[in-house]
Design a protein around this ligand. Structure first.
Ligand SMILES: [Fe+2]
Length: 283
Protein backbone atom coordinates (compact mmCIF):
# COMPACT_ATOMS: atom_id res chain seq x y z
CA UNK A 1 0.00 0.00 0.00
CA UNK A 2 1.69 3.12 -1.18
CA UNK A 3 1.26 6.11 -3.43
CA UNK A 4 1.88 5.07 -7.06
CA UNK A 5 2.19 8.47 -8.75
CA UNK A 6 1.69 12.20 -8.61
CA UNK A 7 -1.66 12.33 -10.40
CA UNK A 8 -2.69 15.96 -10.34
CA UNK A 9 -1.97 19.36 -8.83
CA UNK A 10 -4.65 21.85 -7.86
CA UNK A 11 -3.61 25.49 -7.52
CA UNK A 12 -5.47 28.54 -6.27
CA UNK A 13 -4.54 31.67 -8.16
CA UNK A 14 -5.59 35.32 -8.11
CA UNK A 15 -4.72 35.67 -11.80
CA UNK A 16 -6.64 33.18 -13.94
CA UNK A 17 -6.03 35.16 -17.13
CA UNK A 18 -2.26 34.92 -16.59
CA UNK A 19 -2.53 31.18 -15.90
CA UNK A 20 -4.55 30.61 -19.03
CA UNK A 21 -1.80 32.18 -21.09
CA UNK A 22 0.93 30.44 -19.06
CA UNK A 23 -0.62 26.97 -19.19
CA UNK A 24 -1.90 27.04 -22.73
CA UNK A 25 0.29 29.41 -24.73
CA UNK A 26 3.59 28.84 -22.93
CA UNK A 27 3.49 25.30 -21.49
CA UNK A 28 1.38 24.02 -24.37
CA UNK A 29 -1.00 21.97 -22.22
CA UNK A 30 -4.49 21.13 -23.53
CA UNK A 31 -7.10 23.37 -21.90
CA UNK A 32 -10.45 21.64 -21.50
CA UNK A 33 -13.78 22.45 -19.90
CA UNK A 34 -14.52 21.17 -16.42
CA UNK A 35 -17.35 21.25 -13.94
CA UNK A 36 -16.37 24.64 -12.53
CA UNK A 37 -16.69 27.25 -15.30
CA UNK A 38 -14.38 29.64 -13.42
CA UNK A 39 -11.48 27.19 -13.07
CA UNK A 40 -8.86 26.23 -15.66
CA UNK A 41 -8.41 22.55 -16.48
CA UNK A 42 -5.29 21.36 -18.31
CA UNK A 43 -4.82 17.85 -19.71
CA UNK A 44 -1.45 16.28 -20.49
CA UNK A 45 -2.66 12.82 -21.47
CA UNK A 46 -5.70 10.54 -21.15
CA UNK A 47 -6.00 11.27 -17.43
CA UNK A 48 -8.48 13.89 -16.28
CA UNK A 49 -7.03 17.38 -15.92
CA UNK A 50 -3.54 17.07 -14.43
CA UNK A 51 -3.41 20.74 -13.45
CA UNK A 52 -6.47 22.62 -12.21
CA UNK A 53 -6.26 26.32 -11.38
CA UNK A 54 -9.08 27.86 -9.36
CA UNK A 55 -9.62 31.61 -8.79
CA UNK A 56 -8.75 32.79 -5.29
CA UNK A 57 -7.79 36.02 -3.51
CA UNK A 58 -4.34 34.66 -2.60
CA UNK A 59 -2.14 32.13 -4.37
CA UNK A 60 -1.91 28.76 -2.61
CA UNK A 61 -1.58 25.05 -3.16
CA UNK A 62 -5.11 23.63 -3.46
CA UNK A 63 -3.92 20.04 -3.27
CA UNK A 64 -1.31 17.55 -4.37
CA UNK A 65 -3.24 14.63 -5.87
CA UNK A 66 -1.41 11.36 -5.16
CA UNK A 67 -2.76 8.21 -6.83
CA UNK A 68 -3.20 4.84 -5.14
CA UNK A 69 -4.07 1.54 -6.80
CA UNK A 70 -7.72 1.08 -5.83
CA UNK A 71 -10.38 1.53 -3.16
CA UNK A 72 -8.80 -1.04 -0.86
CA UNK A 73 -5.43 0.73 -0.87
CA UNK A 74 -7.12 4.10 -0.35
CA UNK A 75 -8.88 2.73 2.73
CA UNK A 76 -5.64 1.19 4.02
CA UNK A 77 -3.54 4.34 3.53
CA UNK A 78 -6.29 6.47 5.10
CA UNK A 79 -6.20 4.19 8.17
CA UNK A 80 -2.41 4.63 8.36
CA UNK A 81 -2.70 8.44 8.04
CA UNK A 82 -5.38 8.54 10.75
CA UNK A 83 -3.15 6.41 12.98
CA UNK A 84 -0.70 9.34 12.88
CA UNK A 85 -3.36 11.51 14.51
CA UNK A 86 -4.11 13.34 11.25
CA UNK A 87 -7.74 14.16 10.43
CA UNK A 88 -8.80 12.75 7.04
CA UNK A 89 -11.95 13.79 5.16
CA UNK A 90 -13.57 11.71 2.42
CA UNK A 91 -14.22 13.48 -0.89
CA UNK A 92 -17.90 14.01 -1.64
CA UNK A 93 -19.63 12.77 -4.80
CA UNK A 94 -19.68 16.26 -6.40
CA UNK A 95 -15.97 16.71 -5.54
CA UNK A 96 -15.16 13.32 -7.12
CA UNK A 97 -17.17 14.33 -10.19
CA UNK A 98 -15.25 17.60 -10.51
CA UNK A 99 -11.91 15.76 -10.27
CA UNK A 100 -13.16 12.87 -12.45
CA UNK A 101 -11.95 10.26 -9.98
CA UNK A 102 -13.79 7.34 -8.43
CA UNK A 103 -12.84 8.20 -4.86
CA UNK A 104 -10.49 10.39 -2.85
CA UNK A 105 -9.70 11.55 0.66
CA UNK A 106 -7.98 14.74 1.80
CA UNK A 107 -5.81 15.75 4.71
CA UNK A 108 -2.96 18.12 5.53
CA UNK A 109 0.53 16.65 5.75
CA UNK A 110 2.55 17.37 8.95
CA UNK A 111 3.92 20.55 7.33
CA UNK A 112 0.44 21.84 6.43
CA UNK A 113 0.42 21.00 2.70
CA UNK A 114 -2.98 19.88 1.37
CA UNK A 115 -2.88 16.30 0.08
CA UNK A 116 -5.54 14.31 -1.74
CA UNK A 117 -5.19 10.55 -2.14
CA UNK A 118 -7.30 9.31 -5.06
CA UNK A 119 -7.99 6.20 -7.07
CA UNK A 120 -9.84 5.37 -10.26
CA UNK A 121 -9.29 8.30 -12.63
CA UNK A 122 -12.05 8.49 -15.25
CA UNK A 123 -10.00 8.45 -18.45
CA UNK A 124 -10.72 10.89 -21.26
CA UNK A 125 -10.78 9.20 -24.66
CA UNK A 126 -10.93 12.44 -26.61
CA UNK A 127 -7.49 12.39 -28.20
CA UNK A 128 -5.01 14.68 -26.52
CA UNK A 129 -4.27 17.64 -28.76
CA UNK A 130 -1.26 19.83 -27.91
CA UNK A 131 -0.14 21.59 -31.10
CA UNK A 132 2.82 23.30 -29.36
CA UNK A 133 4.29 20.16 -27.75
CA UNK A 134 4.76 16.76 -29.39
CA UNK A 135 3.84 15.07 -26.11
CA UNK A 136 4.21 14.99 -22.34
CA UNK A 137 5.98 12.10 -20.62
CA UNK A 138 3.56 10.70 -18.04
CA UNK A 139 2.33 7.08 -18.08
CA UNK A 140 3.80 5.01 -15.24
CA UNK A 141 5.73 8.10 -14.05
CA UNK A 142 2.66 10.28 -13.47
CA UNK A 143 2.26 14.03 -14.02
CA UNK A 144 5.85 15.06 -13.24
CA UNK A 145 7.23 16.29 -9.94
CA UNK A 146 6.52 18.89 -7.30
CA UNK A 147 8.51 20.30 -4.41
CA UNK A 148 6.74 21.81 -1.44
CA UNK A 149 8.08 23.43 1.70
CA UNK A 150 8.09 22.27 5.30
CA UNK A 151 9.27 24.10 8.38
CA UNK A 152 10.32 20.74 9.84
CA UNK A 153 11.57 18.69 6.87
CA UNK A 154 12.66 15.57 8.82
CA UNK A 155 9.18 15.15 10.36
CA UNK A 156 7.42 15.63 7.02
CA UNK A 157 9.92 13.33 5.26
CA UNK A 158 9.30 10.61 7.86
CA UNK A 159 5.55 10.84 7.15
CA UNK A 160 5.92 10.60 3.36
CA UNK A 161 8.38 7.71 3.58
CA UNK A 162 6.90 5.66 6.40
CA UNK A 163 3.16 6.33 5.95
CA UNK A 164 2.69 7.11 2.22
CA UNK A 165 5.43 4.74 1.03
CA UNK A 166 7.74 7.12 -0.83
CA UNK A 167 11.37 6.05 -1.40
CA UNK A 168 14.22 8.42 -0.62
CA UNK A 169 16.20 9.02 -3.81
CA UNK A 170 18.69 11.66 -2.70
CA UNK A 171 19.26 14.70 -0.56
CA UNK A 172 20.72 18.11 -1.37
CA UNK A 173 21.64 19.36 2.09
CA UNK A 174 18.31 19.76 3.93
CA UNK A 175 16.18 19.10 0.80
CA UNK A 176 14.79 15.60 0.17
CA UNK A 177 13.86 14.08 -3.20
CA UNK A 178 11.51 11.08 -3.16
CA UNK A 179 10.20 8.58 -5.70
CA UNK A 180 7.08 6.42 -5.91
CA UNK A 181 7.53 4.97 -9.44
CA UNK A 182 10.36 4.95 -12.04
CA UNK A 183 10.46 8.75 -12.19
CA UNK A 184 13.58 9.72 -10.22
CA UNK A 185 11.54 11.98 -7.99
CA UNK A 186 7.83 12.70 -7.99
CA UNK A 187 8.01 14.73 -4.81
CA UNK A 188 10.42 16.81 -2.80
CA UNK A 189 10.54 18.67 0.51
CA UNK A 190 12.58 21.83 1.08
CA UNK A 191 12.92 23.79 4.33
CA UNK A 192 11.14 27.15 4.65
CA UNK A 193 9.66 28.92 7.67
CA UNK A 194 5.87 29.03 8.00
CA UNK A 195 3.14 26.71 6.79
CA UNK A 196 3.88 24.34 3.90
CA UNK A 197 3.64 25.91 0.46
CA UNK A 198 4.07 25.11 -3.21
CA UNK A 199 7.59 25.78 -4.51
CA UNK A 200 8.17 23.91 -7.74
CA UNK A 201 6.40 21.99 -10.53
CA UNK A 202 8.05 20.02 -13.35
CA UNK A 203 6.50 18.61 -16.51
CA UNK A 204 8.53 16.42 -18.85
CA UNK A 205 8.26 16.88 -22.60
CA UNK A 206 8.72 14.13 -25.17
CA UNK A 207 11.58 15.62 -27.19
CA UNK A 208 14.49 18.00 -26.80
CA UNK A 209 12.89 20.12 -29.53
CA UNK A 210 9.78 20.52 -27.33
CA UNK A 211 12.00 22.02 -24.61
CA UNK A 212 13.78 24.24 -27.14
CA UNK A 213 10.49 25.50 -28.55
CA UNK A 214 9.16 26.13 -25.02
CA UNK A 215 12.31 28.18 -24.38
CA UNK A 216 11.55 30.21 -27.52
CA UNK A 217 7.95 30.75 -26.38
CA UNK A 218 9.12 31.92 -22.93
CA UNK A 219 11.10 34.62 -24.72
CA UNK A 220 8.28 35.57 -27.09
CA UNK A 221 5.65 35.69 -24.32
CA UNK A 222 8.04 37.39 -21.87
CA UNK A 223 7.64 34.64 -19.29
CA UNK A 224 10.29 35.46 -16.67
CA UNK A 225 13.28 33.08 -16.77
CA UNK A 226 14.45 31.55 -13.49
CA UNK A 227 17.13 29.03 -14.52
CA UNK A 228 18.78 28.85 -17.92
CA UNK A 229 18.94 25.59 -19.84
CA UNK A 230 20.89 23.03 -17.84
CA UNK A 231 21.14 19.43 -16.73
CA UNK A 232 20.42 18.18 -13.23
CA UNK A 233 22.87 16.04 -11.27
CA UNK A 234 20.16 13.87 -9.64
CA UNK A 235 17.46 13.08 -12.22
CA UNK A 236 19.73 13.97 -15.21
CA UNK A 237 16.87 16.09 -16.59
CA UNK A 238 17.73 18.55 -19.35
CA UNK A 239 15.53 21.53 -18.53
CA UNK A 240 14.99 25.21 -17.93
CA UNK A 241 12.92 26.98 -15.28
CA UNK A 242 10.55 29.93 -15.48
CA UNK A 243 8.45 31.76 -12.89
CA UNK A 244 4.73 30.95 -12.87
CA UNK A 245 2.26 33.83 -12.38
CA UNK A 246 2.58 33.21 -8.59
CA UNK A 247 6.38 32.91 -8.90
CA UNK A 248 6.50 29.14 -8.42
CA UNK A 249 9.48 27.55 -10.17
CA UNK A 250 8.09 25.77 -13.24
CA UNK A 251 10.48 23.42 -15.03
CA UNK A 252 10.14 22.16 -18.60
CA UNK A 253 12.28 19.03 -18.88
CA UNK A 254 13.33 16.24 -21.19
CA UNK A 255 14.74 12.76 -20.75
CA UNK A 256 14.74 12.51 -16.99
CA UNK A 257 16.22 9.40 -15.45
CA UNK A 258 14.06 6.30 -15.01
CA UNK A 259 15.00 4.48 -11.80
CA UNK A 260 13.96 0.86 -12.42
CA UNK A 261 15.51 -0.85 -9.41
CA UNK A 262 16.20 -0.03 -5.79
CA UNK A 263 19.19 2.32 -5.66
CA UNK A 264 20.82 3.45 -2.39
CA UNK A 265 20.26 7.07 -1.52
CA UNK A 266 23.01 9.67 -1.91
CA UNK A 267 23.71 13.35 -1.36
CA UNK A 268 24.53 15.90 -4.03
CA UNK A 269 26.71 18.99 -3.80
CA UNK A 270 25.61 20.70 -7.04
CA UNK A 271 22.11 20.90 -8.53
CA UNK A 272 23.34 20.99 -12.10
CA UNK A 273 26.10 19.38 -14.16
CA UNK A 274 26.02 22.51 -16.31
CA UNK A 275 23.71 25.48 -16.88
CA UNK A 276 20.67 26.34 -14.70
CA UNK A 277 22.08 29.81 -14.06
CA UNK A 278 19.66 31.57 -11.70
CA UNK A 279 17.83 34.86 -12.18
CA UNK A 280 15.94 36.28 -9.15
CA UNK A 281 12.17 36.78 -9.39
CA UNK A 282 10.95 39.82 -11.29
CA UNK A 283 9.18 41.41 -8.30
FE1 LIG B 1 12.69 19.81 -10.77
Amino acid sequence: MAVTSLGYVRLNSPDIAAWRRFGEDFMGMMRVDGNDPDSLYFRLDEYPARIVVTPAAEPSLGALGFEVMHARDLAAVVRDVEAEGIKVTAGTAPECAERRVTGFARFDDPAGNAVELFYGPILDHVLINTPLVSGFVTGDMGLGHVIVSAEDVPTAFDFYERVLGFVERNTAGPTYFMGCNPRHHSFGLAPKPGPGSMLHLMVEMASIDDVGRALDRAGELEVPMMNTLGKHTNDQMLSFYVYSPELYAVECGWEGLRVETAVPTYGITEGALWGHKFTPPPR
